[in-house]
Ligand binder design. Structure first.
Ligand code: F6R
Length: 241
């Protein structure tokens, strides 16, 4: 595990974008595992700037997003597909065919989970996985649990996650209760894992996940065992480590 401490959110975002850009330059047809949420927004902005400066291209990139809310389609402005279009894909030369997000409208859970695992497998696995971390230690939407879930699964979100996601919705009752998420096995199978973390409110969970015991009660803790895991955080998030 490598830790990079940055002065603030902007520096963290630039550092993470540099790592992703170098992956894209070294392997233009990389498979990128991508995340939503507030942590990677700055990283996506920096990648768009690099694209506009003609430093990188997304032409041959395949993206496989971590998760999607059950019940939300891609035109819903709270869906993760919509988020990705707004924050990254609409601004770069990404081939729409190569964008993968779980289908939140698929009612057959077993079908969708198997389909998404095949997407990952058929892409040849993930070259670089970008992650954020939840206050409860979740990665993707793999919530604290008594086992590490290997494959794509449909999860009931915990109250902590519902509360954290509340800020994006008008009403608490609009916050989806379920989500499809890539499994921990698929995340861990990525050749390189890059986590971005920012803010004092994440400092406790960073300490628990990366300096505490490895346990499915803190799903991110498994990343301690990954051979190429980089944690890029701002000073506030890394203040306890
Ligand atoms: C998002 C995701 C989640 C978030 C996490 C942190 O695709 O999978 O695990 O990374 O909830 O969210 P933010 O960055 O909003 O604090």
């Amino acid at each position: 595990m490598r830790i990079v401490k940055c002065n603030d959110y902007d520096k963290m975002s630039q550092c993470a974008a540099n790592i992703i850009a170098s992956q894209m330059i070294l392997k233009p047809d990389s498979v990128l595992g991508l995340a939503t949420g507030s942590s990677p927004v700055g990283t996506y902005k920096c990648l768009i700037d690099m694209y506009n400066n003609e430093d990188i291209t997304f032409k041959e990139i395949t993206s496989i997003n971590l998760d999607e809310y059950v019940g939300l389609g891609s035109e819903n402005d709270q869906s993760y597909k919509y988020f990705m279009m707004q924050h990254l894909f609409n601004h770069v030369d990404m081939n729409e065919k190569n964008i993968n997000v779980p289908n939140g409208l698929e009612k057959d859970t077993a079908f969708e989970c198997e389909r998404y695992d095949s997407v990952i497998e058929n892409a040849g696995g993930i070259d670089l996985q970008l992650l954020g971390i939840g206050h409860n230690g979740h990665i993707g939407f793999n919530e604290p649990c008594d086992t590490f879930k290997k494959n794509t699964n449909c999860v009931c979100l915990t109250q902590t996650t519902i509360d954290a996601n509340r800020r994006f919705f008008q009403d608490e009752k609009d916050v989806p209760r379920k989500a499809y998420t890539m499994g921990i096995g698929s995340i861990f199978g990525a050749k390189k894992i890059l986590m971005v973390v920012s803010g004092k409110d994440k400092s406790e969970v960073v300490k628990r996940a990366f300096f505490g015991p490895i346990t499915p009660e803190v799903p991110a803790s498994i990343l301690q065992l990954h051979q190429d895991f980089i944690l890029v955080g701002d000073q506030d998030a890394l203040c306890l480590v």
